[in-house]
Every structure is written in structure tokens, then in C-alpha cells.
Design a protein around this ligand. Structure first.
Ligand SMILES: [Zn+2]
Length: 115
């Protein structure tokens, strides 16, 4: 097999800011190949045709590889919103702590006035 990988792109979500939040667009992994017959083709994990359209060379190994890589993707890549939600919770906790520490409504201040 003498197929040459021209380009390999890993799957990812691309976060896009929109007026009321964020949307995530899934960009599947793909490989751009040049077959030894000169045919150029792009394969993704979802490709059902794995043979070169010109010479019929079996390119299934590339699709298999793509699927394996997709299976191994960490959650933060396949579910970035989980990560975001967690970051928001942590930020809120930090905000609350800051609020409590900087608050004039401290218990001992109130009792001191009652003296
Ligand atoms: Zn070919």
C-alpha cells in the first residue's frame, strides 16, 4: 500500500459564541489521502466506501484508524459543555466566597453593636 496521507485532522467541537450562549459545532476527523494511482480522496470515520474510486485499492485501514481515534477522544473534546458547566460552577463558588469575605454583614459586627 502506497497511499500517502496529505492531511490528517482530528475531530473536535468548535465553540462559537452566539447572543444567548454558545453553540458547539462538531467537526469530524478526516484524512485526505493520495492513492498510489494519483486519486485524491477524503475519508472520515463515517465513510462507508473505503475503496479508491479509481484503482479500487482498499483504504479501510484509514477509516478504521479514524474510528479508533474517535473512540479514544477524551470527554473534554467530545463534550466540551460539561467542562464549561464545571468551570461555571467553580466560578460561582469563588464568587460566593469572595462575597462572604468582603461582606459588611459579618456576624460579629452585628453583635458588637448590641454590646
Ligand atoms: Zn487508487
Amino acid at each position: 500500500m502506497a497511499q500517502k496521507i496529505i492531511e490528517r485532522v482530528d475531530a473536535c467541537y468548535e465553540a462559537r459564541e452566539v447572543p444567548f450562549g454558545k453553540v458547539y459545532e462538531w467537526h469530524p476527523a478526516y484524512v485526505a489521502l493520495e492513492c498510489d494511482c494519483g486519486e485524491r480522496l477524503i475519508l472520515t470515520a463515517a465513510s462507508t466506501t473505503t475503496a479508491c474510486g479509481r484503482c479500487g485499492a482498499d483504504l479501510g485501514v484509514f477509516v478504521h484508524d479514524l474510528r479508533e481515534r474517535e473512540d479514544r477522544l477524551p470527554d473534554r473534546l467530545t463534550h466540551p459543555w460539561l467542562n464549561d458547566a464545571q468551570a461555571r460552577v467553580q466560578q460561582r463558588l469563588r464568587d460566593e466566597i469572595t462575597y462572604l469575605e468582603g461582606s459588611p454583614w459579618r456576624y460579629d459586627d452585628v453583635t458588637a453593636d448590641n454590646g
